[in-house]
Ligand binder design. Structure first.
Ligand code: MN
Length: 479
C-alpha cells in the first residue's frame, strides 16, 4: 500500500517542508480551499507544502503551458491491476503501458481542473484513481531537484497570507459515536444504571446533523440559547446555555458517491472516502440533557461545528494504519461490518490534542493549555465500518458529505475529548496553568484541536489546527 509518495527520504525544494517539524512535509500534501486574506479573489483549491500553499488554479494554468510537468511512470496501484495478470507479449505490454500513461494524463488533468474549483466536491467525486494521479504528480514536481521547480514557484502562496473556506459544499452531515470510552463515560452521567446501551457493540450509532452551521477554523459563534430543565425545577426555561462543551472529533469527507439503493461493502468502503480533517462538535450539555430523548441531539449540537481547513487524504495516512481489534469478550462485528483488511489495518493512529486559551490567557500573551491528549486508534468502529453501515440500507452518500467520528475519548480520563468527561459532569473543574478554573466553556474561550501522525520509519505528518471561539450570547430585546 505504500509507494514512492511515502518514501521517508523524499525532501522538497520548498525548504520549510523539510524541517521535521512541519505538519506539511512532501509526504502529506493535504487539500484545502483558500484565497489571499483581505482580497476579493475567488476561493480555489490548494495543497499544503511546508509553510506554503500550491495554488491549484495557478497550477492548472501552468500545466496548460507545460504539458510535460508530469514525468515518470503511472501510480503503481493503478498499474498493478492491468499489468501482470495474464501472459502478455512485450509488444502488448508496451501498448498497455502507453494506455496507462494516457489514462494517467487524463486523470491528472481531470483532477487538477476539479481541484482548481471553489469547493473540493468535484475532486472528491472523481474517486481514488484520479486523486492518486494528482498526488503523485505533485509529489514528483515538488521534490528536491525537480525540473518543474521554476514553473511551479510562482504558484506558491504563503499560508500566513491565506484565508480558508469550508473545504466542500457539505450536503449532509452525519455524526457518529465511535468511541466506546466516550459512550460509557457520558452514558454514566445520563443513565447511571445503564451507561452503555445494548445496541452499542453491534451498531455504529449516529444521528443526522446539520450542515449549514459548519464553519472553518477561526469560526466564532454566540453562546446558544435553548430550553433547559434544571434539576429540581418544576418547569423548563429558555436561557443562554450554561454548560457549553467541546467534542474532539475527526471529520471524514466522502469521496465518490454511491447510487441510492446500492450498499457499499467493506472491501470498497475506503474508495468512497476522500480524506480526514479535525472537527469540533460544540455541544450545549444542558440543552442536550433535556431534549435528547427520544430522538437524539437536536438544538444542543446544530448551532456551530468547526472543521480544520486541511483535509489529509487516505493515501497520505497509509503509513499510520494500525490493526483494528475488539476486546476478546466483546461480540465480533456482524459479517457485513468485517473484513480481513479492516482487522489488519482498518484503524489509524492519529494523535490528537485539545488546547484551551481563555480570554485572560490571551490578554497575558499565554498560549493555550493542553487539556487532553489521545489517539484515533482507540475508536470502536472504523472509517470503513461507518461508510458501510451508513449505506447498508441503500442511503446514498454524496461527494462532500461529512461524517463525524464522534468524541474520540481514549481509555483514561486525561484522554477524554469533552469537558463533560474531563470534569465528570462539572463536578471537578479543570485547573489551568494560569490559576483559572474551567468547568464549562466561558465567553472568550478559544479551543484549538491539533492532530498528527508519527511513527518510526515514516515522516511525521499533521492536520494543522482547528480553532474556534465562544462569543457572548445574544441579548434579547426587552419586551
Ligand atoms: Mn459529536
Amino acid at each position: 500500500m505504500l509507494n514512492e509518495t511515502h518514501d521517508p527520504a523524499l525532501t522538497s525544494w520548498v525548504a520549510s517542508a523539510n524541517t521535521g517539524l512541519s505538519d506539511f512535509p512532501i509526504q502529506n500534501l493535504p487539500f484545502a480551499v483558500f484565497r489571499r486574506q483581505g482580497t476579493d479573489e475567488v476561493f480555489r483549491g490548494g495543497v499544503a507544502i511546508g509553510d506554503q500553499i500550491v495554488d491549484m488554479a495557478a497550477l492548472l494554468k501552468v500545466s496548460q503551458r507545460h504539458a510535460e510537468w508530469l514525468t515518470g511512470p503511472a501510480h503503481p496501484a493503478d498499474q498493478a491491476d492491468k499489468v501482470d495478470k495474464v501472459d502478455q507479449t512485450p509488444r502488448e505490454l508496451a501498448g498497455l503501458q502507453l494506455n496507462i500513461q494516457m489514462a494517467l494524463q487524463m486523470n491528472l488533468q481531470m483532477a487538477l481542473q476539479a481541484a482548481a474549483q471553489n469547493t473540493l466536491n468535484d475532486l472528491m467525486a472523481l474517486g481514488p484513481v484520479a486523486i492518486r494521479a494528482l498526488r503523485l504528480a505533485l509529489s514528483r514536481a515538488l521534490r528536491s531537484g525537480a525540473a518543474q521547480q521554476a514553473a511551479l514557484q510562482p504558484c506558491l502562496v504563503p499560508q500566513a497570507e491565506a484565508e480558508f473556506a469550508v473545504p466542500a459544499r457539505i450536503g449532509d452531515y452525519t455524526d457518529f459515536y465511535t468511541s466506546v470510552h466516550h459512550a460509557t463515560n457520558i452514558g454514566k452521567q445520563f443513565r447511571p444504571d445503564q451507561p452503555l446501551l445494548p445496541n452499542y457493540k453491534w451498531v455504529p450509532i449516529g444521528y443526522h446533523g446539520r450542515a449549514s452551521s459548519i464553519g472553518v477554523s477561526g469560526q466564532t459563534f454566540r453562546r446558544p440559547w435553548g430550553q433547559t430543565l434544571s434539576p429540581g425545577a418544576p418547569d423548563p426555561v429558555l436561557a443562554p446555555c450554561k454548560k457549553l462543551d467541546i467534542e474532539l472529533e475527526l471529520g471524514i469527507f466522502v469521496g465518490q458517491s454511491n447510487a441510492q439503493g446500492e450498499a457499499v461493502d467493506m472491501t470498497e468502503a475506503e474508495d468512497h472516502v476522500f480524506g480526514i480533517c479535525l472537527l469540533n462538535d460544540w455541544s450545549a450539555r444542558d440543552i442536550q440533557g433535556w431534549e435528547y430523548q427520544p430522538l437524539g441531539p437536536f438544538l444542543s449540537k446544530n448551532f456551530a461545528t468547526t472543521v480544520s481547513p486541511w483535509v489529509v487524504t487516505m493515501e497520505a495516512l497509509a503509513p499510520f494504519r494500525v490493526p483494528f481489534s475488539r476486546p476478546p469478550q466483546d461480540p465480533p462485528p456482524l459479517a457485513y461490518l468485517d473484513s480481513p483488511h479492516n482487522q489488519q489495518a482498518g484503524a489509524f493512529d492519529i494523535q490528537l490534542q485539545v488546547g484551551l486559551q481563555t480570554a485572560g490567557m490571551r490578554a497575558a500573551g499565554q498560549a493555550e493549555a493542553t487539556i487532553c491528549r489521545t489517539s484515533y486508534r482507540h475508536a470502536y468502529w472504523t472509517v470503513a465500518q461507518m461508510v458501510t453501515h451508513h449505506t447498508v440500507n441503500g442511503c446514498n452518500l454524496q461527494a462532500g458529505d461529512l461524517l463525524g467520528s464522534g468524541t474520540l475519548s481514549g481509555p483514561t480520563l486525561d484522554q477524554a475529548g469533552a469537558l463533560i468527561e474531563l470534569t465528570t459532569g462539572g463536578k471537578h473543574p479543570l485547573n489551568l496553568p494560569n490559576g483559572e478554573q474551567r468547568t464549562w466553556l466561558e465567553d472568550g474561550d478559544r479551543v484549538v484541536l491539533r492532530g498528527w501522525c508519527a511513527r518510526e520509519g515514516a515522516v511525521r505528518i499533521g492536520f494543522g489546527e482547528c480553532a474556534g471561539a465562544v462569543l457572548p450570547a445574544r441579548t434579547v430585546k426587552a419586551a
